[in-house]
Design a protein around this ligand. Structure first.
Ligand code: ADP
Length: 488
């Protein structure tokens, strides 16, 4: 087999657009694949933020995209910084010249035209490949925003011809976001109306479900951790209604753990933190803690400092914390939380920080530098997630000697080993309950007081390998399987 040509379609890619882990994964996976000698290109929409990058230039106008009775203009941009280019952007200002990626920043509500936006994106990106006569071996589609692509490849009139023998891979980064829209949106796909009927791949309780179609039509599928791959095939919440559909594709569904960008997240070289450190010399870690306390207006006390970073969504388990507010306030520790999301969590965190300024520092914004500083300066990092497809922050944490306290679910279960077991790297709890969470925090505090054991735990966590090395090889194997399937 010659050099594999991979083309990714994703709603996020760093550094052009980031709302969460998807952006990190798309860019660091593509870099790891390039490192393995594959040809990789990545298509994302040209959001307002991407336009601000100096190297982003226009390549050509693309044919207009027809959706329903409207035609939308479109153009292709690329990042001139890389040779050969790897990042491509689809322009349409009506859809993408906005501050948010999926949601209106003022309200946190999803844009009403998200179906149109991402359907336009994939149709236009497919048209770009046709215009340029670039036929990849694999179209690697990320999440619901690109999940209609496998359906277009198998059932679309134009796509079926040009992309014959092009294999499709769908990566499910988070099954909770399936892209469910009113049935009338199906008309905007241009696919034959007879494809939409009860129990068809597109239909879900009378609506259009984009992820379901992707699961049905993709040649192979994967999720971002082995444990999450198991969980989503159950009928419990994890399957989010698609458990039976996923079980049908069980033999084509795999879990591949995300890696992290070990160059960006390296405490020995990270330019965003206050002092560098390594597992052999941990002195810098304490400097990071003290400076972080100062920056966040917390007293410089020798108490456990717990960091939390992420989208403030129900998935992340903040409701557990809210249930035990009194107990949290009584703990002898400090908290720094950085995140944006649902208003109920903003309000609660703000109230907490207002009432206990010496214990809780809260930042309701997106701030990459502060994220690095929290990872470097905290003693512990809390992720009480209800479910977690993979999670990146627990891996960043371990790399920075910040001990994760996590619920045993999805990628958290796969990446954190219980410290009480002796060879562990963090603290875990199993039941989704506030008491189990508190108990795990107490166990962490107990070990923290024993400075020698704690330093040993830090060293173990820091020596874990979360690079893309192994996982990118698994993706290459997945691509090969997809190609085999299309050639059968
Ligand atoms: P998810 O993809 O569910 O949002 P992950 O843990 O997989 O969760 O990835 C989240 C990524 O986004 C991490 O890189 C994290 O540091 C980053 N992140 C999330 N919220 C913020 C924020 N408010 N400021 C800075 N970085 C953030």
């Amino acid at each position: 087999m010659g050099k594999l040509k991979i083309c990714m379609f994703a709603a996020e890619a760093k550094p052009y657009a980031k709302a969460g882990g998807l952006a990190d994964v798309v860019s660091s996976l593509s870099e790891a694949l390039l490192g393995q000698g594959l040809d990789v290109m990545v298509f994302t929409p040209l959001y307002r933020e991407a336009r601000r990058h100096e190297g982003v230039r226009k390549l050509m106008d693309l044919p207009p995209v027809q959706m329903g009775d409207r035609s939308y203009s479109s153009a292709l941009y690329f990042e001139a910084h890389w040779l050969p280019p790897r990042n491509y952007f689809i322009e349409n200002d009506e859809f993408f010249d906005r501050e948010g990626i999926y949601t209106r920043p003022e309200t946190g509500e999803g844009y009403e035209d998200n179906f149109e936006r991402f359907n336009f994106f994939v149709l236009s990106a497919l048209a770009a490949l046709r215009e340029l006569q670039w036929r990849p071996d694999i179209l690697h589609c990320h999440d619901s925003q690109a999940a209609l692509v496998p359906a277009y490849l198998k059932t679309g009139k134009r796509e079926r011809v040009f992309f014959e023998k092009v294999a499709s891979v769908l990566t499910i980064h988070n099954l909770a976001y399936q892209g469910i829209y009113g049935r009338e949106k199906f008309g905007l796909t241009g696919l034959p109306e007879i494809l939409f009927h009860p129990f068809s791949p597109f239909e879900y309780h009378g609506n259009l479900n984009v992820m379901k179609a992707g699961i049905y039509y993709a040649d192979v599928l994967n999720t971002v951790s082995p444990q999450y791959a198991k969980e989503i095939q159950t009928d419990a919440d994890y399957g989010a209604g698609l458990g039976p559909v996923l079980r049908e594709r069980s033999s084509d569904l795999q879990g591949i753990l995300n890696g992290i960008d070990v160059r960006e997240w390296n405490p020995e070289t990270d330019p965003l933190i206050y002092a560098h450190f390594s597992s052999e010399d941990l002195r810098g870690k304490l400097i990071n803690k003290q400076k972080l306390q100062r920056e966040c207006g917390l007293p410089e006390l020798d108490v456990p400092l717990i960091g939390m970073i992420g989208r403030l969504a129900d998935q992340k388990g903040l409701d557990l914390l809210m249930q035990v507010e009194k107990e949290l306030v009584a703990l002898d520790c400090q908290w720094i939380t950085l995140g944006t999301g649902l208003k109920k969590y903003h309000d609660w965190l703000q109230k907490l920080a207002g009432a206990h300024r010496d214990r809780f520092a809260v930042y309701l914004k997106f701030d990459n530098q502060l994220a690095h500083r929290i990872e470097a300066g905290s003693d512990m990092f809390l992720m009480p997630s209800h479910y977690e497809p993979c999670g990146l922050n627990q891996m960043y944490s371990m790399r920075y000697g910040t001990i994760p306290i996590v619920r045993h679910t999805g990628g958290l279960a796969d990446t954190v080993r219980e410290a009480d077991s002796g060879s562990g790297t963090g603290f875990k709890f199993y039941d989704y309950s506030a008491n189990a969470l508190l108990e795990a925090i107490q166990r962490a505090f107990h070990m923290w007081r024993d400075k020698a054991s704690w330093a040993e735990l830090i060293r173990k966590a820091m020596s874990e390998d979360f690079s893309w090395q192994k996982s990118s090889q698994q993706y290459v194997e997945l691509y090969k399987r997809a190609i085999e399937k299309t050639n059968q």
